[in-house]
Structure formats: structure tokens, C-alpha cells
Design a protein around this ligand. Structure first.
Ligand code: GLC
Length: 451
């Protein structure tokens, strides 16, 4: 009985996650009144700004009327299938209508419900809607000094529950609830160091009453996906700034900035950015291992995507227009049993869909590539980038030669070869020294592994 209900929970989760697994690529948006300064999303704490200095930013925050439309257009052009916006970051500033705290977009500079604008812009373009929500609110004194301001503690938790309820009742269907930093008062918090850490005695999940909070979220939005940052595992893991699968069988999504860490919000002049090639490499690295990729932008104070973010995203979007079948709806199948380099890794990486393997080349050799250590037989190969049919020949050591590639790379980002196998591809078991004599087996006849 207990087992059945466990299976039921797992099946329900899989069903909820189905669209998200197919989507593979989302856009993360860090934006708030801190964007006025262009010094990252944590400037309050990092620059140790007294509240009297920080609060006026909200009055100077005047988003353009079409900010949300432009972000939604950018997401579509980039090929993202969902967007996750910071509805409140660690400064506690709410981009939404709330009865809990006057430090919000309706009652300060913008004078508008920015989350409402965001949701309708996304929906009108068929994008899925995600809400980032920081459980931390640094403006509570009790967060920093829980003993002196013990009376704040229940208020902080109550604020979280009321705000999450507002977010999940005011805007219709919401697809993703993306919590951040379940840090208990007195505990370590990003950006703070040198002070004595004395957490109140409870786990984050206990402190925020996360079980109850998430049960409420699921009651209000039965289809909603919830990440793992409320102190409970919920639907998916969130490796940050690196690509690393979660525990076996768990869904995961890697989030990453264009600049090197740590800024997610707008910064004026970034001098250390990843190239579009590096961003794509990270995306494919996540996708091939079964994860999603949530790429971050930090719009300016008006809410406009910056030129550098636009350039990078448009290049990714152009690539996805031609090569999207190598990303959306793919899964790692049997060729990456454990996170490892995988076959053909000196050329690039594979994603799979049924009998098809997509070979995404990050090193372009010209002429030909060799497919080794993979079976079963290859039926056909096409260079998706140009649409050209390639030549496929079996070779000794169970290899295949795919030739007819143009000499120069056929695009400015990774070319993709679509390889059709006779059955879903798998790794051939490694044999012994026979490959040194070219005697590992003939291509397509099951290899010599078990001779
Ligand atoms: C880190 C940062 C935070 C950012 C988050 C995104 O936790 O501290 O500012 O919002 O990453 O995942």
C-alpha cells in the first residue's frame, strides 16, 4: 500500500515534469530596484547599505511600459520555452501587488504590478511562467539578530506564506515556483561574512514551514513545479554556475550567468563574459546529461535586455532555429550511464531521441568524423546545419566513418550531425587489447565485446 502511494507520487511528478523535460531551455531574469544601480542584485548587503540609502532606489525605479513585452520577445527569439523572474529577491522588494509590505512595485516608483505585466506578456507568447521567490528578506532585523528581535521570526515566516499565496492566486496559472536561499535567521547568508553565525535552532524547512507552504502551493496550483531550495527536495534540483546531475532519477536544472560569478542582476560594464560558444557548450553539457539549462539575464533599470545579453541570446536563438531538434525533447538515453565524457567527446557531445543521435561538434575537424564505441548500426547521417546528406561507411573496430563535411565550419557555432541508428544508440562494452590489431569487431554487427 505504502509502495503504491510512493509510486503514485513519482508518477504524478513525472507527469507534471513532462513539458519541462521537453522544454530543456529557460530564461532566468534577475531584476528589481537594485537594477537602478547596476551593481548586481545583492548590492544592499555587499555594499553594506543602510536601509535609508537603499529604499530610495525603489522610488528611482521606473520601468518602461513595454519591458515585459520585450523580455518575452527576447525569450522567444532565444528559443527559451519558459522564463523565471525574480518576483522578490533578498532585499524583500516585491515586484507584485502585496498587502504584506509597502516596499513593493505598486506603492513605489513603478506604481504598477510588474509581475502581472510579466505574466500576461509571457502567456500571450505561449511561454511557461516561472516565479523566483527568495525566502530571505534581509530587511528584517530578526534575520540578523534573532535573539534580540525574536518577535520578528513568526512575522518573517508569515510574510513568506502570505506572499506565496498572493503570487499563486493573483495571476492565474503559474508553472514554476523557484525558491531561493532557505537560510534560517542568524545563519550564513550569501554576501555576509565576518559576523558570528548563530542560527536559530531549526532546519530551514522547519523554520519556513516548507511542508505546509508547498502543500498550499500545490493546492492552489496543482500542476506547479517546485525547486529544491525551500529545504525540501520537491520536483527538481538546482546546480548553480556548474553542470552536475542530481541524484539518480531526480530532475535537475543548471542555472548560469553570462558573466563569471557572482552577479545575476544588471552590472554596468562586465569585463569577463562567457562567449556564445561557451554558453552553448554549457547548455548542451546539461541537456546531454538529462538536465535543463536556465540562462540568466540582468535587464537594466528600465527592464530592457542589455546589448551584451541580447547578442548572446540571439546567437543561441539563431542556432536553435536550425538545430533545435538536437535540444528540445531529447534525453541522454543509454550513452551516458554516468556523467562521463562519453563517446566522441573530443569532437563534441551527443543528445538522443529514440534511434536518432545528434552529434554536436565543438571541435570541427572538416572532412570526416569517426564514430567509435557506439552501436548499433548507423543507417544515415545528415549535417543539419546545411541539410547535406553525409556518407556513412563501416570500418574495423566497430567504427563508422561519416564523411562529406565541408572543410570550413559551416556556421559560427557548433554544427550538428543527425545520425540515424538502427535502434536507440548505446555504448559498446569495452573489450580488451584486440582493438590494437583492428580486431574489435565489424561495425554494426554487435561488436566483438563478447567473443
Ligand atoms: C545565488 C545568489 C542569488 C541568486 C541565485 C540564483 O543564490 O546568491 O543572488 O539569485 O544564486 O540561483
Amino acid at each position: 500500500m505504502a509502495r503504491t502511494s510512493k509510486d503514485g507520487v513519482r508518477r504524478a511528478r513525472q507527469a507534471r515534469l513532462a513539458w519541462w523535460h521537453r522544454a530543456r531551455f529557460g530564461l532566468f531574469v534577475h531584476w528589481g530596484c537594485y537594477s537602478v544601480l547596476g551593481r548586481g542584485e545583492q548590492v544592499l548587503l555587499r555594499d553594506f547599505m543602510p536601509l535609508a540609502e537603499y529604499r530610495p532606489l525603489a522610488e528611482r525605479f521606473h520601468p518602461a511600459a513595454d519591458w515585459a513585452e520585450r523580455i518575452a520577445d527576447q525569450a522567444v527569439r532565444a528559443g527559451a520555452r519558459y522564463v523565471v523572474l525574480t518576483t522578490r529577491h533578498h532585499d524583500g522588494y516585491c515586484l507584485f501587488r502585496t498587502a504584506t509590505d509597502r516596499f513593493n512595485a505598486m506603492e513605489t516608483g513603478p506604481g504598477r504590478d510588474l509581475v502581472g505585466e510579466y505574466v500576461s506578456a509571457l502567456r500571450s507568447r505561449g511561454l511557461r511562467v516561472g516565479f523566483y521567490y527568495s525566502l530571505l528578506n534581509w530587511r528584517w532585523r530578526g534575520f540578523w539578530n534573532p535573539r534580540k528581535y525574536a518577535a520578528d521570526l513568526p512575522k518573517m515566516v508569515d510574510e513568506v506564506h502570505r506572499q506565496v499565496r498572493e503570487l499563486l492566486t493573483q495571476y492565474g496559472r503559474i508553472d514554476i515556483l523557484w525558491y531561493d536561499v532557505a537560510q534560517v535567521p542568524g545563519g550564513m547568508t550569501p554576501g555576509a561574512f565576518g559576523y558570528r553565525v548563530r542560527p536559530v535552532a531549526s532546519s530551514p524547512a522547519d523554520f519556513y514551514r516548507a511542508a505546509k507552504l508547498n502543500a498550499m502551493a500545490r493546492k492552489l496550483q496543482p500542476q506547479i513545479l517546485i525547486n529544491n531550495r525551500s529545504g525540501r527536495p520537491e520536483d527538481f534540483g538546482t546546480p548553480e554556475q556548474h553542470i552536475a546531475p542530481d541524484a539518480e532519477g531526480r530532475a535537475w536544472e543548471a542555472c548560469m550567468t553570462i558573466n563569471y560569478a557572482p552577479n545575476w542582476g544588471n552590472i554596468r560594464h562586465s569585463l569577463a563574459d562567457k562567449t556564445a560558444g561557451q554558453i552553448l557548450y554549457n547548455m548542451i553539457q546539461a541537456v546531454r546529461l538529462g538536465g535543463n539549462f536556465l540562462f540568466n539575464i540582468g535587464p537594466d533599470a528600465k527592464g530592457y535586455v542589455t546589448a551584451r545579453d541580447r547578442q548572446a541570446l540571439d546567437r543561441i536563438g539563431t542556432w536553435l532555429q536550425t538545430h533545435g531538434e538536437a535540444v528540445y525533447g531529447t534525453s541522454p538515453t543509454g550513452i551516458y550511464p554516468v556523467p562521463s565524457q562519453g563517446p566522441g567527446y573530443h569532437y563534441g557531445m551527443f543528445t538522443c531521441k529514440g534511434h536518432i543521435a545528434y552529434f554536436i561538434l565543438f571541435y570541427y575537424p572538416g572532412d570526416y568524423v569517426i564514430i567509435s564505441k557506439m552501436g548499433p548500426a548507423i543507417r544515415a547521417a545528415t549535417l543539419i546545419t546545411t541539410g547535406k546528406r553525409l556518407k556513412v561507411e563501416p570500418m574495423c573496430n566497430a567504427r563508422w566513418k561519416i564523411s562529406g563535411l565541408p572543410q570550413a565550419p559551416p556556421g559560427d557555432l557548433a554544427p550538428v550531425i543527425r545520425i540515424e541508428f538502427a535502434a536507440p544508440p548505446h555504448i559498446l562494452p569495452f573489450a580488451d587489447d584486440r582493438w590494437l590489431d583492428g580486431d574489435f569487431g565489424a561495425a554494426g554487427v554487435g561488436a566483438a565485446a563478447g567473443r
